[in-house]
Design a binder for this molecule. Sequence first.
Ligand code: BEZ
Length: 231
Amino acid sequence: MYMTCNDRVKCYTDAMNDHTHTPPPCAGLRIGDVAPDFEARSTIGPIRLSNFRKRWLVLFSHPADFTPVCTTEFVALASEAAAFEKRDCALMALSVDSLFSHFAWLRMIRDRFGIEVRFPIVEDPTLVIGRAFGMVSAQDSDSATVRTTFFIDPRGVIRAMTCYPANLGRSVPEMLRILDGLQAIDANAALAPANWQPGEPLLSPPTNDLDEVFAAEDPTSWFLRNSGEQR
Ligand code: BEZ
């Protein structure tokens, strides 16, 4: 059947609002797992994930090149490349699109927005990486990955992950805050409270000692306590 322009717009928005057809994305991997290793072609040449160890890594998938939200994300991330570098963190993107689609998209971004995306974008045309990371489900008939982000520490361990739908762009300040939080809790053996921002107090882990619990004058001081100086 012939499809009018308006039908196409409606189909697009219907698909965006249908949240029911895809099983949960990050289902396969959990926090604490070692990120599965892979070798793939990328916009900076062939890469192997394990070669990125010894630094932090943000590995993220995007649904497709040449799409509106993804374009804004790449402009935002590339604009903040120095902020990730300052945190000793590499960026790596991934989608099902071909290497040549990635190249053409990066060229368009450079020409239109004046920003060169220099972090690698991996091509995953067979979805073998996307499936290993739970970026697409085994049952999913749609080849697009969702906006999954893995925060991987220098040992290659997944420390945090987020999943956003195709129609909601990620927040780069929140990605940086997650990195800051993970690095601060590691450096200080501490806990980061709600809405924590760099420079704000961290919390100490609660006591394991019942005598200390009963002896505390303030009924919360045994579990709600600021940690000392931050490193
Ligand atoms: C985007 O705008 O990035 C997008 C929207 C819908 C599906 C895939 C990507």
